[in-house]
Design a protein around this ligand. Structure first.
Ligand SMILES: [Zn+2]
Length: 462
């Protein structure tokens, strides 16, 4: 009899280890925060567990890793989805963000963390406002998180008028805040929480700010996080100002390094990809966002060049199951064939691949002996999943985020039977819904085309 803290049994176990094996009748044993066994079920009585999860009708896999997120951004749900990136960001989001209070970001961040956990996500890499309030929800929910304060030095609300003036005072203040956050929180909760320096984008930070941020990140021993080549206007702005692509520009100012996460690359070109390769930087690919805007990154090129890549949700739709399916469908449409991306590749990008992007693949992303016990249990006893034959296609095409029943992070059960143990998201929802009328009128006053104002004539809604 071998005493363990937790034993998780699976009808099918997907460890996402070398060769992507599928283990029928598998199990994972955990002592403390770490995995001590992951493989075929041992004979009955081999383990003496304090706690058990899973069993027949359950599958077990690593928790999803979300390598680019904005947990509190869900305030903009439905407000930016049907517009080009420029209008969505510049006309609505950038002008509204500055008036959202800390209390509101706190509520939104709490709901975002609940949303992530309910979707099977166990690690996030977040860049946004008010990182201190997000860290509170991360601590309570049990999520693993890398967090960065959003650093920029333009007046975001002026970008829609073409005003990209860099204000040193804004940049200094936001960078100081980011540094203080890292100094306070990096390594907290036994290393479950780490910090990054989050320079917002190539066109919203001056080169002086990017250089200073790089120096500070290196001094602090943390990585960096940035949006790059996310919109046509950004690519045009960098081309006009510096005569190169957005990622080439980041290389030229000395920011690119193996600890940098670049989100998007939708408008990146060959020379940008080569810059990433030469500096061994990382790519966060957000499959649900791009098709809505009608343009997909040159993903096959990015993969062919060997750039370290992981999947991410970006904002609002925090659903890795949707993400995997969007990516497969988009790639097959782009390349005109059914073999452009396989289901096991998609799952790997959202687990081990994303962990690699965050520099955490030695700790998480797969279920292997010695790694942290970050895993999810999925209930396959469902009409939309049966008959379940166990292949990657059975899981990736048919499972839903609502099928995730249990979640373990750092060896601790943080969600059981879809009840999040550390966060009361029902009370968060109740409080948040009281704020909706206020947000609706704020959006309305900004001229958001996607909000129904009071007494809307065309539909009679009030
Ligand atoms: Zn983003």
């Amino acid at each position: 009899m071998n005493p363990v803290d937790l034993l998780v049994k699976a009808e099918f176990l997907y460890p996402v280890s070398e060769g992507m094996p599928i283990i029928s009748n598998g199990e994972v044993a955990v002592i403390g925060t770490r995995i001590v066994y992951a493989g075929p079920a041992m004979p009955s009585g081999h383990w003496q567990p304090k706690n058990t999860l899973g069993g027949p009708g359950k599958i077990v896999l690593p928790g999803f890793v979300n390598c680019h997120s904005h947990a509190a951004s869900l305030i903009f749900r439905s407000q930016t989805d049907d517009h080009a990136a420029k209008a969505a960001l510049l006309d609505v989001a950038f002008r509204m963000e500055k008036d959202v209070t800390e209390a509101d970001w706190s509520l939104l961040g709490a709901l975002g963390c609940a949303d992530m956990l309910l979707s099977g996500i166990t690690t996030i890499n977040d860049i946004w406002y008010s990182p201190e309030t997000l860290v509170e929800s991360v601590l309570q929910s049990g999520l693993r998180a890398q967090i960065a304060n959003k650093v920029f030095d333009v007046k975001l609300e002026e970008l829609r008028n073409g005003d990209y003036t860099h204000h040193q005072a804004i940049g200094e203040k936001r960078l100081r805040h980011g540094i203080e956050f890292v100094e306070t929180w990096h390594g907290a909760a036994d290393g479950r929480i780490t910090g990054r320096i989050g320079t917002h984008a190539t066109d919203t930070c001056s080169s002086a700010l990017l250089k200073e941020a790089r120096l500070e990140a290196t001094r602090l021993g943390v990585g960096m996080h940035i949006h790059a080549a996310q919109s046509a206007s950004e690519a045009e702005h960098i081309k006009a100002a510096h005569g190169c692509g957005p990622v080439e520009y980041l290389r030229d100012v000395g920011m690119l390094a193996p600890d940098v996460v670049l989100a998007h690359l939708v408008f990146a070109e060959e020379a940008d990809f080569d810059a990433i390769v030469s500096c061994n930087a990382n790519y966060a690919h957000c499959p649900t966002i791009y098709p809505r805007r009608g343009r997909y990154p040159q993903f096959e090129k990015i993969i062919a060049k060997g750039i370290k890549t992981g999947f991410a949700t970006d904002w609002m739709l925090n659903d890795p199951f949707e993400g995997m399916r969007y990516a497969i469908n988009a790639m097959r449409l782009c390349l005109g064939g059914p073999h452009a991306m396989t289901c096991d590749q998609a799952l790997r990008f959202h687990t081990l691949g994303a962990a690699q992007v965050l520099g955490l693949d030695h700790e998480i992303g797969s279920l292997e002996v010695g790694k942290k016990a970050d895993l999810i249990v999925v209930d396959i006893n469902q009409p939309h999943l049966q008959p379940y034959y166990g292949s990657y296609a059975a899981f990736v095409y048919y499972a839903k985020s609502s099928d995730v029943v249990d979640t373990v992070i750092d060896g601790k059960v943080v969600m059981h039977e879809r009840h999040i143990t550390g966060l009361n998201h029902h009370s968060t929802l109740e409080q948040l819904q009281k704020r909706v009328p206020g947000w609706r009128s704020q959006l309305s006053s900004l001229g958001s085309p996607a909000v129904f104002g009071p007494g809307c004539d065309c539909c009679g809604l009030v």
